[in-house]
Design a protein around this ligand. Structure first.
Ligand SMILES: Nc1nc2c(ncn2[C@@H]2O[C@H](COP(=O)(O)OP(=O)(O)OP(=O)(O)O)[C@@H](O)[C@H]2O)c(=O)[nH]1
Ligand SMILES: [Mg+2]
Ligand SMILES: [Zn+2]
Length: 321
């Protein structure tokens, strides 16, 4: 119970929305906020509404939002979000704001990693300038060859690359280190072991994990809601349900090469400016590809995405006519 001396005084505090559910926003005050009557040791979360914000600013609060809130109700931990502070960024899926980085988790095996989906993710995050930590989990099921193979593919992809086993608890500390004091969104296909890894990171059974469906060999989408989880003091992550596809929003084919670091670095060697690196003669990127300096898997994803984006643009132009 929070008791304040003068219930008539509106006090604004600063905090962050860590959970959104059924029209309520659960706000954790910033560490240096002193809230009268609040037990100092345990971090308290205030259940808030967001009366008026949407009408006033046409903005819906998101998990991760930094906000001002007040405690106008007298006697309990209820309050009202009065202002959403400027967002550093936000994601549509999951719906979350102010993300510092993404932890992208794939399994080395079961389910077999789909590099196309993985690359889609890396491109999406890079287009939002969100740094990526790429983890291949279940390395207890893999061999040295698998690991070296992925090292070769993602060495120059502009990500931090790690291998873990949530089952055998290996590689966990390395990941934990990278999450310290950050807000990290977790993504990866169903069954990759996201929830298992989060449990291993926090040392607690925070998330329920699922067996792989015997029929499909994939996970069962055990995780459903969106919430910030504090795995240790100051390190927040957000676990999301697995996904099986991902669409790009607002990307242009012409700019796609800048989202593949290992391609981007060679584009100044192309004969034509604006080279798509697919059919043009004198393409520096394709030269480097044939020399083995660009992984063919990554180039393959580039071509696939390029064509996809070009087709979207084409159909948009056609429908305008
Ligand atoms: N061998 C092995 N199995 C693992 C490992 N990590 C997780 N698993 C198993 O893989 C299955 C799926 O794990 P989850 O943690 O539920 O996967 P998830 O990515 O959270 O799946 P969704 O919530 O459906 O997106 C479970 O049966 C886990 O026990 C690992 O490192 N090695
Ligand atoms: Mg899960
Ligand atoms: Zn080129």
């Amino acid at each position: 119970m929070i008791h304040r001396k003068d219930p008539g005084v509106r006090m604004a505090y600063r905090g962050q929305i860590i959970k959104a559910m059924s029209g309520f926003y659960y706000v954790r005050p910033d560490r240096d906020e002193k809230i009268e009557g609040s037990p100092s040791e345990e971090p308290v979360t205030f259940q808030c509404r967001a009366k008026g914000i949407f009408r006033r600013n046409n903005i819906t609060p998101l998990v991760g939002d930094r906000v001002l809130f007040d405690l106008t109700e007298t006697d309990d931990v209820e309050g009202n979000v009065t202002e959403i502070l400027d967002r550093k960024n936000f994601l549509i899926r999951p719906r979350v704001a102010n993300v510092d980085q993404a932890l992208v988790i794939f399994a080395l095996h079961t389910p077999e990693p789909a590099t196309e989906l993985l690359d889609r993710f890396l491109v999406g995050m890079r287009s939002k300038e969100i740094p990526v930590i790429l983890v291949f989990n279940k390395d207890d099921l893999g061999n040295e060859g698998d690991i070296e193979g992925f090292r070769d593919i993602y060495r120059e992809a502009g990500v931090k690359l790690l291998f873990t086993s949530a089952l055998e608890h290996s590689g966990i500390d390395g990941v934990k280190e990278l999450l310290r004091d950050k807000l990290t969104t977790v993504a990866g296909p169903s069954g990759a072991g996201k929830s298992s890894l989060i449990n291993a990171l926090s040392g607690r059974e925070l998330m329920s994990t699922g067996d792989l469906s015997r029929k499909t060999g994939r996970g069962k989408q055990t995780t459903r809601h969106t919430e910030l989880i504090e795995i240790e003091d100051g390190s927040f992550i957000i676990d999301t349900p697995g996904f099986s596809s991902l669409e790009f929003d607002g990307l242009e084919a012409e700019k796609l090469d800048s989202l593949f670091p290992e391609i981007d670095r060679y584009k100044n060697e192309c004969y034509f400016t604006g080279c798509s690196h697919i059919n043009e003669p004198g393409c520096g990127v394709k030269n480097r590809l044939s020399e083995g300096l660009i992984p063919k898997e990554r180039y393959g994803s580039y071509v696939l995405f390029y064509k996809e984006l070009a087709a979207v643009k084409e159909s948009r132009l056609r429908s305008r006519k």
